[in-house]
Design a protein around this ligand. Structure first.
Ligand code: PPS
Length: 662
């Protein structure tokens, strides 16, 4: 038997390899090995734990309902009582007897505990495990790590054992018990007074079958999606998924023929530029989205007849809405983690043999733009989930240090109010291509990094940038129609920093207008801008959108700034508020203040400068109507007029009724 030990070892290793390959790649093998099917999983019949016992200890009855009267998901409660049978709140009852005083004491001084369950486990007993109350589904590189960490800092939210579990994408054939073992146990939930837990797997968003699986298996968690200006997202992904790991690989001598241990810049010659990759991807996407392109045809063929997708296909064809697209499934070479390079990139590689495209994570490296067309995957999610169960948040709002965006999200989740500002001001996670979802960087460091021009500017030629912007625009508009949130690009290069030389105030009706002479670079030819921003005075350094520059309104539409008469004076541009600059924080209609360190005539900085210690940032907000106020579209104006008319009619009728009854 052991005469040829090397051969034997090779055979055993080969068999192992074949087994794992088949197991990972062929569903039928997984069936033969037979993990319990989801519907075979029983909920435990054991008696639950009475939370009333805990009221006044770790829980208080007000924890169960927030200021807007919303219950956290899964809490089977009514009034002040929770219904305890086999399940309690988000958890399955534990088999263990719980001594509350001991447990409470233990969990106030210890982190939450997790049950370790092997993915080979055949047990269907979910006793002692809890389900997620929220799932952050992506998109990747949109701040999902920060959002997850901000949320789990809420005193009533417990973290999962890791940020991204990716169960529904990669491991859905493992038992449900394995998935739930990534969340804190029932005991730690109860003893810590937690109301929910959750996870953030950016790989969920792009896949229609993941949307369906989560809906089918969990029935309850709130879905949170994050979107960022698509070109920023694409560049972040280029750095994180391509540039940084490829340089690391070459630096460590893992690429044959390339010298190791050189400075980063040395390796750039061996890598494709952002421009190269974007051009190739634009071609792929154009082909894929053609009327009979694979994104549309593939989606129809794969999902058109599925019971859960069919109604949406039908609805869209009757309503004459754009067809559903399966971008990741059919535009980038098929399967996730596929090593298939689409023709456009393999051509690039053939023509530039000295350059490399890494062969792992190809699905991310090929989808820099695609992953930012958020509306395409989200349209599947919105078709499968009731609107009130999905929340879309913009990355640009995540850094709002007042915490208001997070407070709104907390309300949506049904959490008691919490000052998220304290958590956000500490910093952000996974910044600037740093690897590691749990790595926090302070805002000061982020600002320093942003100020280094090289890390800021997106390296695209003007033509490619314009082409890319035009390409993503209709998808941003579709996203706005779906979610009412805009992720439009702000091109700061068209705006200039100016200093106010003089201000003249005048009244127009109940508005106070200020006519400002502003030096935007040519001291002898200042421009005139009329504004009603309350925080403008002589010497203010501000950002100006001059005539000819583009502004993006709240609907995501681009409008060219024109010379316009305001209060009888010709205004040669407008002042920018934070939203126009894409800065987080800062009230609407308040002119963004630029620090003295930014030269007159230069473009404004891409993130909001932090005020110096003790320096008040802005003048008080005025209640006056603002020049920056949202411009209504024709339809919106019509709708508003109709609503006002109906309200007047209703008021009249009510009055009539009142007088006839008296
Ligand atoms: N609070 C806040 N505000 C604005 N932007 C933020 C915030 N937190 C994280 N980020 C930026 O998001 C990028 C990381 O996203 P993810 O954590 O989703 O990345 S990952 O997909 O999990 O790898 C990463 O982008 P880049 O720095 O451009 O790479 C982060 O800087």
């Amino acid at each position: 038997m052991w005469r040829y030990p090397r051969r034997k070892i090779a055979i055993v290793c080969g068999l192992f390899f074949i087994f794992f390959y088949c197991f990972e790649n062929f569903e039928w093998v997984q069936h033969v090995i037979s993990f319990p099917k989801f519907d075979q999983i029983s909920t435990t019949e054991r008696a639950g734990i009475v939370p009333e016992e805990l009221l006044g200890t770790v829980y208080s009855s007000s924890d169960f309902v927030n200021d807007r009267g919303i219950w956290p998901p899964f809490w089977n409660c009514e009034g002040n009582r929770c219904n305890i049978t086999s399940e309690w709140g988000p958890c399955y009852a534990s088999h263990e007897e719980i001594t509350w005083s001991k447990e409470v004491e233990f969990f106030t001084t210890n982190p939450p505990s997790y049950t370790r369950v092997s993915y080979m486990s055949k047990s269907t007993d979910l006793a002692g495990l809890c389900r997620p109350g929220f799932i952050i589904i992506g998109a990747g590189k949109c701040g999902t790590s920060s959002l997850y960490h901000y949320l789990v800092d809420h005193p009533n939210v417990l973290p999962a054992s890791e940020k991204q579990i990716h169960y529904f994408k990669y491991y859905a054939h493992y038992p449900m018990k394995w998935y739930l073992s990534h969340f804190p146990t029932t005991i730690s939930f109860l003893a810590s007074g937690a109301l929910m837990t959750g996870e953030a797997s950016p790989g969920y968003l792009p896949y229609p079958d993941v949307a369906h699986l989560i809906r089918e298996r969990l029935k309850g968690p709130k879905i949170i999606a994050v979107g960022r200006e698509p070109i920023d997202r694409a560049y972040s992904s280029y750095r994180y998924n391509y540039l940084t790991p490829s340089i690391e690989k070459m630096k460590n001598g893992k690429v044959k023929g390339i010298e190791k241990g050189q400075p980063d810049s040395y390796y750039l010659d061996f890598l494709f530029s952002f421009e190269d990759m974007i051009k190739a991807e634009l071609q792929v996407l154009r082909e894929c989205f053609a009327v009979d392109g694979p994104g549309i045809v593939g989606a129809r063929e794969k999902y058109g007849a599925k019971t859960w997708a069919q109604p949406e296909f039908q609805r869209r064809s009757i309503a004459d809405e754009p067809p559903l697209v399966d971008l990741d499934g059919f535009c980038y070479g098929g399967k996730v983690n596929s090593t298939v390079l689409r023709k456009q990139w393999s051509d690039l590689q053939t023509n530039n043999p000295e350059k490399v495209i890494r062969d792992n994570n190809l699905h991310l490296v090929q989808a820099f733009i695609g992953r930012g067309l958020y509306t395409l995957p989200l349209e599947w999610w919105y078709a499968l989930y009731p609107r009130q169960e999905i929340y879309f948040i913009c990355t640009e709002d995540l850094g709002d240090q007042s915490g208001s965006a997070l407070n709104d999200l907390g309300q949506f989740l049904g959490l008691p109010s919490f000052n998220f500002s304290e958590v956000i001001t500490k910093g952000a996670y996974n910044v600037g291509g740093h690897r590691g979802y749990d790595e926090e960087v302070t805002w000061d460091m982020i600002q320093q990094e942003n100020q280094r021009a090289s890390s800021q500017a997106i390296p695209l030629s003007n033509e490619t940038m314009a082409e890319l912007r035009a390409f993503v625009k209709p998808y941003n508009e579709r996203l706005f129609a779906l979610t009412e949130r805009a992720v439009a690009m702000v091109d700061l290069s068209e705006y200039v920093v100016g200093v106010v030389l003089s201000v003249e105030s005048s009244s127009k009706g109940n508005k106070t207008l200020k006519t400002c002479r502003i030096n935007i670079g040519d001291e002898n030819n200042p421009i005139t801008v009329v504004t009603n921003a309350p925080n403008v005075r002589e010497g203010s350094r501000l950002a100006v959108a001059p005539v000819g520059s583009t502004i993006v309104n709240e609907e995501g539409e681009e409008i060219e700034t024109k010379k316009t008469a305001v209060g009888g004076v010709m205004s040669e541009g407008m002042l920018c508020d934070s939203r126009m600059l894409g800065w987080s924080g800062g009230a609407e209609g308040i002119a963004a203040q630029i620090p003295d360190s930014v030269a007159i005539g230069a473009s404004p900085p891409s993130s909001k400068p932090r005020p110096k210690e003790g320096q008040s940032e802005l003048a008080p907000v005025s209640n006056e109507d603002s020049l920056f106020k949202k411009k209504l579209t024709k339809e919106e104006k019509k709708k508003l007029a109709e609503e006002k008319k109906n309200a007047r009619k209703a008021a009249k009728e009510a009055k009539k009724e009142e007088s006839s009854s008296s």
